[in-house]
Design a protein around this ligand. Structure first.
Ligand code: ATP
Ligand code: MG
Length: 356
């Protein structure tokens, strides 16, 4: 146990990690893991929302995502990896939280709405699809964290989580509903009202210029892409500019990438200035510079990722997940026990016997 403030965040294993994940959330996790008690969740149950019939994919993506995390600098000695399906209290809390949220409130969640539109699932999506948003409230609150570092698209989900926490605290812990967010626990509530921390770039655009780099939109640069693939993908960014002396618009996708990935501030200003004036600067040159910077950033990740390749790497990840599930369950079982007491359904404390 530690006195450090606590963090919970995570990702759905639906493919490899991309640069949007990095700037939106993972970079923050790596930076914060020394000063916070960190729990990083692999939402493998949520992966069933879109591929319930393709469990082989979910298995593969789960291991690959953890490998990507470790390669990105998440340190398993300083954080707890949480495999969602191994933590029963999360699923159980989801049930009770589902009763505290009006159905229409869930369905109005803008992130859920855009996911349903983006995936073009019409009205044939599963009953469980919208339920994942309630599940996410439980993913978070089961750990009673202070802070949730995520990309901008998740802010709506965290707002719902904050609502559930307030509601549980007022309905079952007798806290006055006018209590300020920071005072709920002091006033006897079980759940702190967690704060959101959005990354350096809340929503990185895709290489196609679409609003969000996303696995599902097929517009992503992956942390595992080779230097050649990265060069090619950056080369695909379209600006419509014709010549070296044509003044360019620095609010375009190309310059979003310049500002996001070129570390030297003075160089960024210089490129912006030349581009805006059309001062003998070609898109190709800028693209090469961005690709170089991304490759330099990814180089140490590639080296760490290489050490985790193959079956030996799979085994290492599975062992870590098993060990860490015990640490995760120690926290969530305590939360669930306290929640049951608050809800008047406490018929004794259970003990989980972890598998081997
Ligand atoms: P999917 O297409 O399967 O929904 P995704 O690429 O949107 O995948 P998620 O697993 O939904 O990724 O997101 C994981 C985390 O990464 C979240 O905190 C999310 O906000 C953040 N994130 C994802 N894409 C971006 C992006 N383009 N810019 C900033 N943050 C992002
Ligand atoms: Mg998403």
């Amino acid at each position: 146990m530690t006195d450090k403030p606590r963090i919970l965040t995570g990702d759905t294993p639906s493919g490899n990690l991309h640069l949007g994940h990095w700037v939106g959330s993972i970079e923050n996790r790596v930076a914060l893991q020394s000063d916070y008690d960190c729990f990083f969740l692999i939402a493998n149950m949520h992966a069933f929302t879109k591929r319930a019939e393709r469990v082989g994919e979910i298995q593969r993506y789960t291991l690959d995502m953890v490998k990507d995390w470790l390669a990105a600098g998440i340190d398993p000695d300083r954080c707890t990896l949480v495999l969602q399906s191994e933590v029963p209290a999360i699923t159980e809390l989801s049930w009770y939280f589902a009763m505290l949220l009006p159905f229409n409130r869930v369905m109005r969640n803008p992130t859920l709405k855009s996911e349903l539109e983006q995936d073009d699932v019409g009205d044939v999506y599963s009953f469980g699809f919208p339920l994942y948003t309630v599940g996410q409230c439980a993913d978070i609150l089961a750990f009673r964290p202070d802070l949730v570092p995520v990309g901008e698209d998740q802010v709506a989900h965290i707002e719902m989580t904050r609502e559930v926490a307030r509601r549980f605290n007022t309905v079952y812990c007798g806290v006055d509903s006018h209590t300020e967010d920071k005072d709920f626990v002091k006033a006897g509530g079980l759940f702190p009202i967690p704060q959101v921390k959005v990354g350096r770039v809340g929503r990185l655009v895709g290489i196609d210029g679409k609003a969000k780099m996303s696995k599902s939109l097929n517009n992503a640069i992956y942390l595992t892409d080779s230097p050649k693939q990265i060069k090619k993908k950056i080369g695909q960014i379209y600006t419509g500019r014709q010549s070296l002396d044509e003044p360019g618009d620095t609010s375009n996708t190309l310059f979003e990438y310049v500002r996001t990935f070129i570390a030297d501030e003075a160089r960024v200003r210089e490129l912006e200035d030349k581009y805006a004036k059309g001062d003998n600067i070609g898109d190709g040159h800028i693209k090469a510079e961005i690709a170089d910077e991304i490759n330099t950033m990814l180089e140490p990740m590639r080296a760490r990722r290489a050490e985790l390749e193959g079956e030996a790497g799979d085994r290492k990840v599975i062992d870590l997940l098993k060990q860490h599930a015990r640490k995760a369950n120690a926290v969530t079982e305590e939360t669930f026990y306290l929640a049951k007491q608050a809800m008047g359904i406490d018929y004794g404390r259970r003990e989980l016997k972890p598998g081997q």
